[in-house]
Write a protein that binds this ligand. Sequence first.
Ligand code: PEP
Ligand code: MG
Length: 322
Amino acid sequence: QKAEWEKLVKEATVSKDGQHVELAANIGTPNDLEGVTKNGAEGIGLYRTEFLYMGRDQLPTEDEQFEAYKAVVEGMEGKPVVIRTLDIGGDKELPYLQLPKELNPFLGFRAIRLCLEREDIFRPQLRALLRASAFGNLKIMFPMIATLEEYRQAKAILADEKEKLTSEGTKVSDDIEIGIMVEIPSTAVSADIFAKEVDFFSIGTNDLIQYTMAADRMNEQVSYLYQPYHPAILRLVKLVINAAHKEGKWVGMCGEMAGDPIAIPILLGLGLDEFSMSASSILPARSQISKLSKQEIEAVIEQLLQLSTADEVENYLKSNIL
Ligand code: PEP
Ligand code: MG
């Protein structure tokens, strides 16, 4: 099997019936690039920038961030790189920010909520990203977007920094795509509204499942409720993909589900454009997709979405498609 995977390193990802999808990697630092290249990723679908801010006692400077982002886009040699702005809070703390303790950190002051309030943190990151955009194919993604106003506000701050940089004579790419993570049910349900204004979506199923099922993704006692194949999750994913495609926008997924061999056929059938996963899952996924017919899955997808439970979905897939 390993030998079969090796042959696919430089290949595109194409289903048995000739449909192309993009397989990208999730990374946490520029050091992960080696594994990304070795495993034949077609891009970076999620660069979690939190790690630049963690394990230290003060915020990283704009220049430090610029160097990291530049290293990643240059290392990817023109392939798409989706960089997510700071997603701190929830399970990821930054002791030096001395944020107040919260009763429900996952429902609290985190990610874009914090960044919009703390422009002293947000703006240097956006400047670093804009500067790095001149060195490759960089896309910017905002995490934990719940309302259109949040997206508009983040985008306006980005535009403001872009204008400042340009007037200072700093080179910034002119066609940076700007997208959002879909990881809050409100955003999934109103994806048609967002689709008119964003360039792309990336579905963050790790959080989307937790919020849809109201089951803490870290809590073993309720982990039985953490069900990627629950009809509610599949229907949300479908909603998001259809809404985006209607506006001519692309949709990725960067939660664990994107690399799950049981979920991959469903996601292919639903029309997901980009699958972003840990680098080690890419070659197995490419091999799996090469043996799947997208059309055949499309033909049964409605039936699949009418099933009543996650178990039924899983069993259906195992006996009919996998
Ligand atoms: C997600 O929520 O699915 C995701 C990719 O983000 P993170 O795991 O970093 O919360
Ligand atoms: Mg998340």
